[in-house]
Design a protein around this ligand. Structure first.
Ligand code: ZN
Length: 454
């Protein structure tokens, strides 16, 4: 009867974690030496809320039912009630196992599970439905500034509005509070499965990349923050070490990210491009920079419109194109592939057709095309009123790195074999792997196999 402890590090890139920063991360290095590690292929798209939920369900994006942060049709943010599939704690509840679930993206509003749940990123505030059981609310308030307990700033991308010094300070403050509660529940609660996701790495990476990566086109030479990201990783590793001391060797340990991170060359104004190409018509011309909304679109004269923050998404107006759907989709995909960078050089753009990547693409929220411009080195900017095809910031602000396809995954203890580098795994494989360690039957509807280390 095993136990599993999963420590999530949002967006940890294998190039840095397993590569040039490894010597500064002695605890992660130790785990790698004891068990197995891999690059973890993220969900499509490699979006935080999609990827974590794919990891703990064994399901693809369409089965989860979450394609992006907003429901286009309803114009509202998604929340945990929109998730269509069973998650790890639902499966474990039925098997009589107890879960402690901390700060997992898109767990707001929380569910009354067999165990404890504290929601994460996208929680509106400490007085919302963010804790179960209720007694955890006062505990969180006692830890410090509860306004930044769930994220460094409110909103989807509030971190982009903070100056760097404030961002760094708040990230440490948030992390300390989150680790404090984690350690407290680790010893005080009974559990079979314990999961906590640290979002601080993602927040810092988006903003700090150009401070340390000298190949970045907007690199800041001699930045006072050039070591800030590495220092934070070293700090997180140290705090992880304290937590690992509290576990025995029978407990399976997983340290994993949901996606990786990659320097951002710039953003491609997807909706500007669709307007220029004659696929998108707005109700009226927009010259001020404006967040895209489907309300602004003249649907009677529109063939396709776009979205996305790092990956781009194209939605085809199926009512309008009718039987021409397949032809138009291919035509748009072919043209998108030809978009060069801002200097006219060809780029390595990947395009996914919904029917090729999703089990069920009938959801009206499911994009017809998902586009990784230059394998995600170029981001997507859906804002309207942009000048030309390229931009550096959106209405939400600027950042200097975006999400990449592969994150970092380490597993050891709890009977896991010492296999070292096992290459690549799929994010969906984590769920059945956890169940196997816990000796819980893997439900038939999880079709992927556990990783071959258990
Ligand atoms: Zn991110």
């Amino acid at each position: 009867m095993g136990k599993v402890f999963l420590f999530g590090i949002d967006g940890a890139p294998p190039e840095l974690i397993f590569g040039k920063w490894l010597e500064d991360l002695p605890n992660i290095k130790k785990l790698m030496g004891k068990g197995a590690y891999a690059k973890i292929n993220s969900a499509i798209p490699p979006s935080t809320i999609v990827a974590w939920n794919s990891m703990i369900s064994g399901k693809d994006t369409s089965e989860i039912g979450i394609f992006s942060y907003t429901k286009n049709k309803e114009g509202r943010l998604v929340n945990s009630n929109d998730i269509k599939c069973r998650l790890m704690w639902d499966i474990l509840d039925r098997a009589g196992k107890r879960s402690i679930v901390l700060y997992v993206p898109l767990t707001y509003p929380v569910k009354q599970i067999n165990g404890c749940m504290v929601s994460g990123f996208m929680t509106p505030g400490i007085d919302s439905n963010c804790v179960y059981p209720e007694r955890l609310r006062d505990k969180i308030k006692s830890l410090g500034n509860a306004d930044i307990f769930f994220d460094v700033a409110v909103g989807l991308a509030g971190h982009k509005g903070l100056d760097i010094d404030t961002l760094i300070k708040k990230t440490y403050e948030m992390t300390d509070m989150q680790i404090e509660l984690l350690k407290d529940l680790l010893v005080k609660e009974e559990w079979d499965f314990f999961m906590a996701v640290m979002i601080g790495t993602d927040r810092l990476q988006h903003m700090l990349w150009r401070h340390f990566d000298e190949t970045h086109r907007r690199f800041i030479k001699d930045s006072p923050h050039k070591n800030a990201l590495k220092d934070y990783y070293a700090y997180l590793d140290k705090r992880l070490g304290e937590v690992l001391e509290m576990l025995d060797d029978d407990t399976g340990v997983i340290v994993t990210s949901d996606h990786g991170m990659i320097k951002q060359e710039g953003k491609i104004n997807i909706n500007n491009w669709l307007i220029d190409q004659g696929y998108l018509k707005l109700k009226k011309e927009i010259t001020e920079k404006t967040r895209f909304s489907a309300d602004l679109v003249d649907m009677d004269h529109t063939i396709a419109y776009g979205g996305g923050a790092y990956n781009a998404r194209v939605y085809i107006n199926k009512e309008k194109v009718g039987e021409d759907y397949e032809r138009i989709k291919k035509e748009i995909a072919d043209k998108l592939k030809e978009i060069p960078d801002d200097k006219g050089n060809p780029i390595d753009t990947k395009i996914y057709f919904s029917e090729d990547i999703y089990k069920d693409d009938s959801d009206p929220e499911c994009p017809d095309l998902t586009i990784y411009f230059d394998d995600l080195r170029w981001a997507s900017n859906p804002d309207l009123g942009q000048e030309g095809l390229y931009s550096w910031k959106t209405a939400l602000g600027a950042d200097s790195a975006g999400h990449s396809r592969q994150g970092s995954f380490v597993i050891c203890n709890g009977g896991v074999l010492n296999k070292g580098d096992i290459g690549e795994i799929e994010i969906k494989q984590v769920a059945p792997t956890i169940l196997k360690i816990l000796d819980v039957e893997i439900p038939d509807d999880i079709e992927v196999e556990p990783i071959e280390v258990v």
